[in-house]
Design a protein around this ligand. Sequence first.
Ligand code: TYD
Length: 222
Amino acid sequence: MPRGLFITFEGLDGSGKTTQIKRLAAWMQKRGHSPVLTRQPGGTATGDRIRALLLDSGSTPVAPMAEMALMFADRAQAIAEVIEPALAAGQIVLCDRFTDSTEAYQGGARGLGSETVLALHRLVCGNLQPDLTLLLLPSLESSLERARRRNERQIAREGTNENRFEQEKEAFFSRVWQAYRDIAIRESERVALIEGNLTIEDVHEQIVEAVSERLVSIPWTV
Ligand code: TYD
């Protein structure tokens, strides 16, 4: 059984990842593949409990090192329970955020540094690398505006408030944005950088182009 494909989506809160993951999954389904969709933090029962700790704005302060360790605890569980079994069974995994998020948010914005994050990744995640990472990087302003509107809708609809990160100041997100760009430049083989304020359709087209060009082991035409 050939190993599956591991594709991750990255970007700021409000960069449109969720919409694009669904669009790509539908595109793959039309071509006879049934990708496994998962997200971090979360995606397993244990991970959902960690997610609540990490994202609930009512949580007591979380030290940056504790935050990073919890992100990796969640990831180790997801790899063991969801990602590795799916890849071993030859499936395509679409994962909403992975270690690039930790490098951008905890390494870059919280100041823990890339080296610490990458060292933990080697230790905790067996250095598992995505076959392709789709990094959505619209302007900082439009991401922040979209994230704010989404959070307001979520509070109105569900009464939940998963916005501990969204309460951060603009300078924090500006550091996340820059850290993501640095990763894209350093790992240009793996990371497809989709920049600018494009329409949903245009971003989808660029994603399809990146998937078809870079993941040639699968013939994507119908
Ligand atoms: P989520 O609601 O999943 O945001 P989005 O839909 O925008 O991806 O929240 C995840 C939050 O957790 C987001 O603000 C980024 C943050 N995060 C980290 O800081 N480090 C990480 O390693 C991961 C996976 C997420």
